[in-house]
Design a protein around this ligand. Structure first.
Ligand code: GLU
Length: 254
C-alpha cells in the first residue's frame, strides 16, 4: 500500500509551540514499522512555523509574513532534525522536500517533483514534504498542508491519504459546542451539505481546519484516492487503517 500521511501542527506540538516528544516518537515508530511491513509511506508534515515560533519565543497571533517565514526557517530545521533522528533509530532514511504552489502548477517542475518522489520511494527513503514557507507568498502558496497532502497523494498515485488532526473526524455538528454531534464514519459523496459541515478554521497553531480537510477530500477522491481524517493523538490507529478499518471518517475515492 502506498500511504500519504499528513500530520498537523496540533498533533506535533504542545499548545506552547514546543515539540510533543512522546507523540512524535510514537508516530515515527509506527510509520517505520509500517514501512518495515513493506508499505510505502510519504509524510506531509506541518509544524515549521508553529515550532519556529515556539523556539523564538514568539506567538503566531498578529505575526507578519516575514516573521512567519523566519519562524518557518527555524522550525523546519528542528522538524527535520527530529524526524531524521527518530527515523534513523529504526533504520529509515528521511528525505526533505519543500515545494510551493508554483512547483506543482508548472508541468516541468511538477514532473521533477514526481521523479524525485518516485526515486526516493524506489530507494526506500521516507519523503517528508512541507510547503517551502520561506519563499511562498500569497500568489504562489498552496496555503495549507491539507491541500498540499492531497496534491502529493495525486502526484504519487497513493492508495490512501490520512490526515492526522486534533479531532476524531467529521462530525454532524461542532462537537465542542453541540453534545449531540455525531462522528460521520463514511462520506460517499461530497455534497453541499457535507461541505457546509466544514465551518471555519480549527486550532491556533496550524493553518487548516475542517474546511481545508474537505477541500483535500475533494482533490483526492476525485482522483479515486480514499482519504481518512483521524485523531493524531493515536498514531497506533494507522495500523488499523492499513488493515482496511475505518477509524475516523472515510471519504471514499470515486
Ligand atoms: N507549512 C506550514 C508549517 O509547516 C503549515 C501549514 C498548515 O498547517 O497547513 O508550519
Amino acid at each position: 500500500m502506498r500511504l500519504v500521511v499528513k500530520v498537523g501542527t496540533s498533533t506535533l506540538a504542545h499548545s506552547t509551540g514546543r515539540l510533543n516528544i512522546r507523540r512524535v516518537e510514537e508516530l515515527c515508530k509506527v510509520l517505520s514499522d509500517i514501512k518495515n511491513a513493506g508499505h510505502e509511506v510519504i509524510l506531509v508534515s506541518s509544524g515549521a512555523i508553529g515550532m519556529g515560533m515556539g523556539k523564538l519565543g514568539l506567538t503566531r497571533k498578529g505575526a507578519d509574513m516575514p516573521t512567519k517565514q523566519a519562524a518557518a526557517a527555524v522550525g523546519q530545521c528542528e522538524l527535520m532534525y527530529t524526524y531524521d533522528k527518530l527515523f534513523a533509530e529504526y533504520n529509515h532514511t528521511a528525505a526533505q522536500i519543500l515545494i510551493t504552489g508554483d512547483d506543482v502548477d508548472h508541468e516541468d517542475r511538477r514532473a521533477n517533483f514526481q521523479n524525485t518522489l518516485f526515486r526516493l520511494l524506489e530507494l526506500g527513503a521516507l519523503p517528508i514534504v512541507n510547503e517551502n514557507d520561506t519563499v511562498s507568498t500569497q500568489e504562489i502558496e498552496i496555503g495549507d498542508n491539507d491541500t498540499l497532502a492531497a496534491i502529493v497523494s495525486v502526484c504519487v498515485q497513493a492508495d490512501m491519504l490520512v490526515l492526522l488532526t486534533d479531532i476524531d473526524g467529521l462530525y454532524t455538528a461542532d462537537p465542542h459546542k453541540d453534545p449531540d454531534a455525531e462522528l460521520i464514519r463514511v462520506v460517499e459523496e461530497l455534497t453541499p451539505e457535507v461541505i457546509a459541515l466544514g465551518g471555519g478554521a480549527g486550532s491556533s497553531l496550524g493553518t487548516g481546519g475542517m474546511a481545508t480537510k474537505l477541500h483535500a477530500a475533494q482533490i483526492a477522491t476525485e482522483k479515486g484516492i480514499d482519504m481518512q481524517i483521524t485523531n493524531g493523538s493515536r498514531p497506533l490507529d494507522l495500523y488499523d487503517i492499513i488493515d482496511g478499518k475505518i477509524v475516523g471518517t472515510l471519504f471514499r475515492g470515486k
